[in-house]
Design a protein. Structure first.
Lengths: 168, 505, 338
């Protein structure tokens, strides 16, 4: 993937490839936007611009600037700059993956149980705290949010089987 | 003169011990709802509303409006400590407030933010006291074209600010506009860019984007750099308040300018968000330390906070005198007025003198009480940064998720928050500025709406934006602001100065 | 002897107790166990929002419910957000939604899939009136002069401000265009309060605001009320704007503008709720209607105070839906099916 990878200890995907990826992703979003804008009409009717007028030209502007950004990246030599070392990326994934799981199970478990698991496992695995401390904070945080949101401020948050069992 | 007498009468009402207790209660509750994401002043007002029925309308409005002040103060706290603005007008506070916290200067940043809020609010209240009727008639002059010109000025004074490559700034801002356009088109009543997904009906809410881009994105960056918040060194000592205060008077010009911008934006219905961005942008251009903005410059905290609060306070005037609430919290206050049989409108000032002047007096006192309450808590807030990252990070994640969920009571928004978080991480690492994107999401659809309303009224003629003195002046100011970097570059070239700031790319 | 009498007394007491329990049992109807949410499918400060928040206050102040009431604005997608939420909360008896005409217009204009049939009708609280307003500084002070001014101006130069696009205000505007034979330019704003302020600021030439949205400016002498879009004059005779009462405003029809329109202010619940749950709210609303605060609101906003529940209400809604289908179709406001 990257020729300079072996040269340094901080090996990882090159800044260049990520730059290209980001520009391409934004360009794809712009194309989706253009399709959406065409559906509702991009013209200038008697009453001024139609619903798709602004989104259409905005997305064109995005496409143009993406092209410029891409050209800029492609023109410059690959200087071997690294986006982030694999080690760093690993660390980032250690947050992204649990958070993704957390977000994924909220609709089924409710937010309180999911939060307890997230806080406790985060502390246990990444913070290397003991079971007792992790569990204590893990339970205290959702308990506090439950009291604050459900009881005090009357803001209902997603609830799952456990809460239903307890009568909420 | 009669008004001044009324005001003193108002003070005598407000200063009863019972009412002062109510103020403290309101402020504390307001700060709590301001800090917790997903809760706004509206929630605080709603839970206290039942209590207020046993009080006189004046006592009730004192307590309720203090929640409003408390929430305004509280919004700055998460912006500075965690890079998570809870309200649109706190976004600009993160630009320098969060870097300050990272450098161990959270106490200074918080003190500056709170003090600036207070100064801004106080300035606006004084203005309301002195020129209320004039101000109300000024607000009436703002039709769609004038409102658009204000948004235009806000954008212009903010773009071109970033050190990032210009086309990345354009891409980022336009992406913000595109995201802001998703949902119902207000002008034609048509859905657009929703592709048949019911979850996209409501569009991309600012709060979800900001929690993700700023809050989650920041956690990912911190994670990458090794598990620690760099704010550990924060002094937790009340002396920091005094020391910061010693510095602040030096910025009197900045305060004055920000207050004026804020009041003006608050009266014209544009509101606190453009005020904070505009004030930040102008401060960055004019300040001697302009280059340090974004790296933890105290002026970058003072400017947006002062303007936002001047605007937030000044905006209460149109609410009282025209009956149009400028924010959800103001709407709840409006609901309160109706229950007590007070009809907001031009006549409230003459028919309900006691109430109106009581309210204005409570604006003075509420802000003073609020400042004392939040300043004494500065060490406490700063101490939060001493909690180890592996404990505070998941708690922030949980609070972010709750905040994202409560926007539309929708778990899909929580997913979107995480997506925005990852996007924010990549954009930050590849030098795409996030602030223009957020500004575009917040103001994009409003600006488009007023633009199209103007064109409807003018039958498609762009001349409407230069049709009278007011709108022409604002538009011209906007154009000057837009081309300011070039004007400045031209000037410095004439002086044989250094190259432009675009070397960072 | 004493023993038997004791037994007897005990027996009687037990019987009485039993009868008492029996008589209580059916009366111990359903009661909410969580906070009650009132969803407003519109922004803050509008007519529906004001009504919902006033009711929140009334219910709390008069202790009409043991649970608290929370008002939530879900205005996304022309109110579609709020209606879809209720539609998808099957069996949830703690959620009420207050309606405006977007109950009918939003599905027709945007294609967002909901209809009143997806929900459980509870009660009609009132009907909201519409009044033709103009700025007091303008030379036209009555309908005749107004129509003459509209006709004298070229097409599309007369500006009508209103709330939302392809909703009630624009429907009335189209009807006015038909009655006068002149095209107007309709400018949509976000909320009724804003529309009234734009009229006071002379940024539009007329509006069809609900009374409550414009009453403050009317009282301050900034606006003129030309006519009311109802078949009869309003019921309120108290002088509120100088020497004028709501009842003094002529009907548009009597002034030669044959346009009538009333808007539903009613409540719906989620689908699949039980009859005793609906009955609880009907009962609560009846109590709300008896409070002085509610009567004040009705007077202030010159509402038509018709109250309907059950089948009568459902029938009314069904006919209103028909009416809107016709009006929207005629105006060319139906969503393109694509």
């Amino acid at each position: 993937m990257n020729e300079t990878a072996e040269e340094s200890a901080g090996a990882g995907p090159s800044q260049r490839s990520v730059e290209i990826g980001v520009a391409a992703t934004i360009a794809i979003l712009a194309v989706i936007g253009i399709i959406g804008a065409l559906r509702v009409g991009t013209g200038w009717s008697a009453e001024g611009p139609r619903a798709g007028f602004f989104p259409f030209y905005i997305c064109i502007a995005i496409l143009i600037s993406c092209a410029v950004n891409l050209a800029h990246v492609l023109r410059t030599e690959n200087d071997g700059a690294v986006f982030a070392s694999w080690d760093q990326i690993n660390k980032v994934l250690q947050v992204v993956v649990p958070t993704a799981v957390y977000v994924g199970i909220i609709p089924y478990s409710g937010i309180y149980v999911a939060s307890a698991l997230l806080v406790a496992s985060f502390m246990k695995v990444l913070g290397r705290y003991g079971w007792a401390a992790s569990a204590a904070v893990g339970i205290a945080v959702p308990l506090f949010t439950f009291v604050a949101f459900e009881k005090w401020f009357l803001v209902p948050l997603p609830k799952g089987p456990l809460e239903h069992l307890l009568g909420y | 003169m009669e008004d001044i007498g009324n005001l003193f009468h108002g003070f005598s009402v407000v200063l009863q011990p019972y009412n002062i207790v109510l103020m403290v209660v309101g402020i504390v509750l307001g700060v709590i709802v301001g800090v917790l994401p997903g809760l706004g002043g509206a929630n605080g007002v709603a839970i206290l509303l039942p209590l207020t029925f046993s009080m006189s309308p004046t006592s009730a409005i004192i307590m309720l409006s203090c929640i409003y002040w408390g929430a305004l103060f509280g919004g700055a706290i998460t912006s500075i400590l965690f890079n998570i603005p809870g309200e649109p007008w706190s976004v600009a506070t993160t630009f320098d407030g969060y870097p300050m916290a990272q450098q161990g200067k959270a106490g200074e940043a918080l003190t500056a933010a709170f003090t600036s809020s207070f100064v801004g609010a106080l300035f606006a209240v004084i203005m309301i006291t002195l020129v209320a009727p004039l101000v109300a008639s000024f607000a009436l002059r703002f039709g769609p074209a004038e409102i658009f010109s204000v948004y235009f000025l806000a954008f212009c004074s903010f773009v071109g600010l970033s050190k990032e490559p210009p086309f990345k700034t354009v891409a980022s801002m336009m992406l913000g506009f595109a995201l802001g356009a998703v949902g119902l088109d207000q002008m034609t009543g048509q859905l657009r860019l929703t592709f048949g997904f019911e979850t996209l009906l409501t569009g991309f809410d600012f709060l979800i984007a900001v929690i993700g881009l700023f809050g989650i994105g920041e956690i990912l960056l911190t994670m990458e750099e090794g598990l620690s918040f760099r704010g550990k060194a924060a002094k937790i000592d009340l002396k920091v308040v005094i020391n910061t205060w010693k510095e602040l008077p030096r910025y009197w010009m900045l305060y004055l300018r920000s207050c004026l911008i804020g009041c003006w934006m608050g009266i014209s219905p544009a509101g606190a968000t453009p005020a904070s961005f505009m004030s930040y942008g102008i401060a960055k251009r004019i300040s001697k330390h302009g280059k340090n903005f974004g790296k933890g410059e105290i002026e970058g905290v003072i400017a947006p906070e002062t303007a936002a609060h001047a605007a937030g306070t000044a905006a209460l005037l149109p609410m009282i005198s025209l009956g149009v609430p400028g924010s959800p919290t103001a709407a709840v206050l409006l609901g309160g007025l109706l229950i007590w049989g007070l009809q907001p409108g031009p006549l409230l000032f003459t028919e309900q003198k006691d109430f109106v002047w009581g309210l204005i007096a409570s604006m003075y006192m509420g802000n003073i009480v609020g400042l004392i309450v939040v300043l004494t808590c500065v060490p406490l807030f700063a101490a939060i940064l001493r909690i180890p990252f592996s404990v505070i990070a998941p708690i922030i994640l949980v609070l972010c998720a709750i905040g994202a969920y409560t926007v539309h009571n929708n778990t899909f928004d929580v997913v979107m928050m995480l997506v925005f978080g990852v996007v924010g991480y990549f954009m930050k690492k590849t030098n795409y500025p996030l602030a223009p994107m957020v500004l575009a999401i917040v103001l994009g659809d409003k600006a488009e709406e007023s633009f199209r309303q103007s064109l409807l009224a003018s039958q498609g003629s762009l001349g409407v934006f230069f049709s009278n003195a007011l709108v022409s002046t604002i538009m011209t100011l906007g154009l000057i602001a837009l081309f300011w970097p070039m004007i400045q570059a031209g000037l410095s070239r004439l002086r044989g100065g250094v190259k432009g700031p675009r070397t960072a790319a | 002897m004493s023993a038997t009498s004791k037994v007897l007394t005990f027996g009687v007491a037990a019987c009485v107790g039993g009868a008492f329990a029996l008589s209580i049992a059916p009366a111990k109807a359903w009661e909410p166990t969580h906070p009650i949410e009132i969803i407003v499918p519109a922004g803050t400060g509008g007519g529906a929002d004001q009504m919902a928040r006033t009711m929140q206050g009334i219910i709390t102040k008069h202790n009409l419910s043991k649970q608290s009431v929370v008002v939530i604005n879900k205005s996304g997608g022309a109110g579609g957000e709020g209606f879809l939420d209720v539609k998808n909360s099957k069996g949830n008896a703690h959620k009420l939604i207050i309606t405006l005409s977007n109950l009918f217009t939003t599905p027709l204009a945007t294609g967002i899939p909901f209809s009143w049939k997806d929900m459980t009708p509870v009660a009609m609280m009132a009907l909201d009136e519409f009044v033709l307003w103009t700025n007091a500084e303008k030379p036209y002070k009555n309908v005749k002069d107004y129509v003459a001014a509209v006709k004298a101006a070229p097409d599309n130069t007369f500006k009508m401000g209103g709330t939302g696009s392809k909703q009630e205000d624009q429907i009335i505007t189209v009807a006015l265009e038909k009655a006068t034979g002149k095209k107007m330019t309709y400018i949509p704003y976000k909320g009724g309060g804003e529309v009234a302020v734009q009229l006071v600021g002379n940024h539009v030439d007329s509006t069809v605001n609900n009374p409550i949205e414009a009453v403050a400016h009317w009282r301050a002498g900034k606006l003129n009320a030309l006519c009311v879009f109802d078949s009869k004059k309003l019921d309120y005779q108290e002088k509120i704007a100088g020497d004028k009462a709501w009842g003094d405003i002529p009907t548009c029809k009597s002034e030669g503008l044959d346009v009538e329109y009333l808007m539903l202010r009613g409540f719906f619940m989620a689908p699949g709720v039980k009859p005793d749950e609906v009955a609880y709210y009907v009962d609560m609303f009846k109590k709300v209607r008896e409070t002085p605060e509610w009567k004040d609101l009705m007077k202030n906003g010159a509402f038509n105070t018709t109250f309907m529940v059950g089948d009568e209400y459902a029938k009314w809604v069904a006919s209103a839906e028909k009416l809107h289908e016709g009006l929207m179709k005629e105006a060319g406001f139906l969503a393109k099916t694509n």
